[in-house]
Design a protein around this ligand. Structure first.
Ligand code: AMP
Ligand code: GLY
Length: 427
């Protein structure tokens, strides 16, 4: 069977490597893919993840048995809807369900209506009203979020009124995040450990994956700017079986039934960004897709065949399947271009040793091949170095040892991925 994977980052590379384990898979096409993904799939750099009509035409003309739409943009643009119309089975939510990520206002109103625990909030479409609210005696810090997709950067946490006024101006008036900032959510600042839980769901049945922990800030000790994620570990030691059971009852199942009741059942990977607050687990955000770089630590621990799980989601038979996981842990360290998440140089030649240990996988996120065959950087997050191990400590040691043997000019990484998780394990 031929497969299509939409996207071209480290997450897509992890999905492709896992799909390849299925012996019935013939060719995997990656649209657009990247330089490193080309080792595992046929990349089509001329078709971007947002070129919906080109994607559908390509799928029809390449005997596609199954398609996986991984990034948020094509999901929000209705890529799955269009592939379904063309008769192509696929993994991912239709546009109506993708609103759970694409509109924070939709997500917050859903949670309020169905009693799903989340931060208290107000919605504004008028900057004057937002400013009046903020000047009316709210407590700081407070959280200001652009409604729409903003590459993970649309969340600001002002510490005082002056910063809050600047946040409203930046999002709603200067349109720093474009039309994503036509509406904003202003919400209560919550505290506690953060946990990412990705879950397979066919709309009714839900199978949470191994939990994980992201590290979003660019610098060690959670300093610097927010990024797409600089490293991950799985499982997340803060997410105990008791907390998992509570989340299933108060968050996961209620979210699925809320989406069904709203006429937009969610099928695909639903990502719960949770905060374990003193008042219990609360939803910080939903994503309508696999996380990046969470996928790079979660999928290596999946024992059951990924294509089988994805087809059960599409066929709404997930409840009949037993999904199994490997014991142990995984850690991923992101190697980024100097300057990211701000401006950075591209075209730096990448050197990766050929003899990395078998428990280490390098996922390619932002690179390309030059005409003379060199692998060079082309993005901010360039590589994700994942190691699996019996313990988190062992996985981290091997991931960092491998990362230390990879090089490109200007490369940087965080040196403290997993340290908070290790401290939590020590109790
Ligand atoms: P998001 O893009 O919604 O995941 O937000 C980015 C980051 O901002 C989250 O990972 C949290 O660390 C932080 N954040 C978002 N909402 C809140 C909140 N209500 N309270 C505290 N921190 C938050
Ligand atoms: N790593 C966070 C995300 O994928 O949204």
């Amino acid at each position: 069977m031929n497969l299509l994977v939409i996207g071209g980052g480290g997450r897509e590379h992890a999905i492709i490597k896992k799909l390849k384990e299925n012996p019935t898979v013939e060719t995997i096409y990656a649209l657009p893919g990247n330089g490193g993904i080309a080792q595992d799939a046929v990349c089509v750099p001329s078709i971007g993840a947002k070129d919906i009509e080109k994607i559908v035409d390509f799928a029809k003309s390449h005997d596609t048995g199954f398609a996986v739409v991984a990034p948020d943009d094509p999901l929000a643009l209705g890529c799955v809807d269009r592939l379904h119309e063309a008769g192509i089975p696929c993994f991912g939510p239709e546009a109506k369900a993708a609103r759970i990520e694409a509109s924070k206002v939709f997500a917050k109103n859903l949670m309020k209506k169905y009693g799903i625990p989340t931060a208290r909030y107000e919605v504004f479409d008028d900057p004057a009203k937002a400013l009046a609210y903020l000047r009316g005696g709210v407590s700081f810090p407070i959280v200001v979020k652009a409604d729409g997709l903003a590459l993970g950067k649309g969340v600001l946490i002002p510490q005082n009124l002056q910063e809050a006024e600047a946040a409203v101006k930046s999002i709603m008036e200067d349109k720093t995040f474009g039309d994503s900032g036509n509406e904003i959510v202003v919400e209560e600042f919550l505290t506690g450990p953060e946990v990412s839980v990705l879950a397979f769901t066919d709309g009714t049945a839900i199978v949470p994956m191994v939990s994980s922990m992201d590290h979003k800030r660019a610098g060690d000790g959670d300093t610097g700017l927010n990024t797409g994620g600089m490293g991950t570990v799985a499982p997340n030691p803060c997410y105990t079986p008791e907390i998992a059971a509570a989340c299933m009852e108060t968050i996961f199942l209620p979210t699925l039934s809320a989406m069904r009741a709203e006429g937009c059942p969610f099928k695909g990977c639903l990502y719960f960004g949770l905060m374990l607050t003193p008042g219990g687990p609360k939803v910080i955000e939903y994503n309508c897709r696999f996380g990046d770089p969470e996928t790079q630590v979660v999928l290596p621990l999946l024992k059951t065949d990924l294509l089988t799980v994805m087809r059960a989601v599409e066929n709404e038979t997930l409840g009949d399947l037993t999904v199994e996981w490997h014991d142990g842990a995984a850690a991923c360290v992101i190697l980024a271009s100097g300057g990211y998440p701000g401006g950075y140089e591209k075209g730096r030649e990448i050197s990766i040793p050929g003899d990395l240990p078998a428990n280490v996988t390098v996922y390619h996120a932002g690179d390309m091949r030059t005409e003379d065959g060199k692998l060079v950087t082309s993005g901010g997050r360039v590589l994700g170095v994942t190691a699996a191990g019996d313990t988190l400590e062992a996985a981290l040691k091997d991931a960092y040892a491998a990362a230390g043997r990879i090089d490109f000019k200007g490369m940087y990484m965080r040196h403290d991925i997993g340290q908070r998780a290790l401290r939590a394990l020590e109790g």
